[in-house]
Write a protein that binds this ligand. Structure first.
Ligand code: F0G
Length: 418
């Protein structure tokens, strides 16, 4: 038995009702299950023998007809043990869950495989989202696979080029809004209410978050059901931290793990309404009118899922931190050079936040920490090029190259021995 319920007043809605917020009090919705039924179902299921992926957990997903699943093989991303980063930072155990390994290069694919499958179940023909880039790339890909029409609203100007290229090549109708993400989100909320035939797949749609909760399941399974002490991740519109927390609490409820990690959200200093609320002990956020950060993915001033995120952080005993653009870029380079993981700036904020919290003594040195890196570095090549050493140009001539590289002109050993 699956239904939707309001997180504030508990009002219930049917699983197939197209509703994006509570009609009674206006608050956010979440997908609910009968966990006794689910437990019984799991006992008869072969899920534990399936390979790691979002759909290994199909019994935990709000999908009725597996034949309708729209998949590009999402999830099953690496949980990288980062020993060199451990040596640099001083934490005891550090893993990076690298979501850039998903089909369109970000964690959004976990949500979209479920969201688009739901759209197909509901017989919708058009899907829409507002996006700082990754959601639009992912939605466009899954809509193409499902032969649905796709509309994406993005902020004009500040969107990373890789993401724009993705949305365009997958054939979405790309609309640039003169404004920021918060304006674009407001527009799609209104459009989807007014035109009921257009299905909204921002994270206010609780079905998308159901897919994203698989990230928590995977971390548990990759660590042999011994969850980490802490999960650190970037927070923008705040859907992902809420989804991951839901995943951990569900595994806990079902007796699959016996402890829960502390959820730790990192925001960019110029776009940090949630981190500020947490730091100031407030229950509500104060939206930021003109959010600003180099990490364009999380350049969001009025996160829609702020209430779920604050709940996740408080219930788990976690915390939140802000990081500067300089700290983000330094972390991006450090992760690439010490572990071979190239992530986009927003993703690197998790590493920057961990460093800052650890140095401030807010994270215990004995903790096992998982940092989630949410998107691939090639999404935003301009930034990587800007912060790296420029290539040197020389003539196609051995001497010039040797000179540039500081290589001596010795006779090769093979020639000497003859
Ligand atoms: N990291 C990346 C790379 C993202 O693209 C986003 C969000 C986040 C972190 C934050 O996740 O919103 O669930 O808190 N990107 C959205 C988008 C807003 O439109 O692509 P969140």
């Amino acid at each position: 038995m699956i239904y939707q319920a309001c997180i504030a007043c508990g009002e219930k809605y049917g699983a197939d009702e197209i509703v994006y917020s509570c009609k009674r009090c206006g608050d956010l919705l979440e997908v609910k299950y009968d966990y006794d039924l689910l437990e019984a179902k799991l006992k008869k299921s072969d899920w534990q023998s399936l390979p790691l992926s979002v759909w290994r957990y199909k019994d935990f997903m709000p999908i009725r007809d597996p034949s309708k699943i729209v998949s590009l093989n999402e999830g099953g991303t690496g949980l990288h043990s980062c020993q060199r980063l451990v040596n640099i930072l001083g934490v005891k155990h550090l893993y990076v869950k690298n979501e850039g390994e998903n089909p369109t290069g970000s964690f959004k694919d976990r949500g979209m495989t479920v969201g688009i499958t739901k759209a197909v179940e509901l017989n919708m023909k058009t899907v829409i989202c507002a996006s700082t880039g990754n959601t639009s790339a992912s939605l466009a890909a899954y809509a193409a696979k499902a032969k649905l029409q796709c509309i994406v609203l993005i902020p004009s100007g500040k969107i990373a080029y890789g993401k724009l290229a993705q949305a365009m090549i997958y054939g979405a109708k790309v609309v640039q809004i003169r404004g920021n993400f918060d304006h674009a989100l407001k527009m799609v909320l209104e459009l989807s209410e007014k035109h009921r035939e257009v299905y909204l797949l921002n994270s206010i749609n609780p079905y998308r978050l159901e897919g994203q909760k698989s990230l928590a399941y995977e971390i548990c399974d990759q660590l042999n059901r011994e969850p980490p002490d802490r999960v650190v991740l970037p927070v923008g519109n705040a859907g992902n931290i809420s989804a991951i927390w839901k995943g951990f609490t569900e595994f806990h409820k079902l007796g699959l793990i016996d402890k829960l990690p502390k959820m730790t959200g990192i925001q960019a200093e110029g776009a940090a309404p949630i981190a500020r609320a947490i730091k100031n002990g407030k229950d509500k956020i104060v939206p930021i009118n003109k959010p600003e950060t180099i990490a364009t993915a999380i350049r969001i001033g009025a996160p829609i899922s702020w209430k779920k995120a604050i709940r996740a952080i408080r219930e788990s005993g976690g915390t939140a931190e802000t990081v500067t653009d300089e700290e983000i870029l330094e972390a991006q380079k450090m992760l690439a050079r010490s572990e071979g993981l190239f992530v986009e700036p927003a993703s690197a904020s998790s590493i920057a936040g961990l460093k800052k919290l650890f140095e401030a003594g807010k994270i215990d040195k004995d903790e096992t920490v998982v940092c989630v890196t949410t998107g691939h570095g090639l999404k935003d090549p301009d930034i990587a090029i800007k912060i790296s050493e420029k290539p040197s140009e020389v003539d196609a001539e051995i001497g010039s190259i040797e000179k540039l590289l500081g290589l001596s002109r010795s006779i090769p050993a093979t020639v000497v021995s003859r």
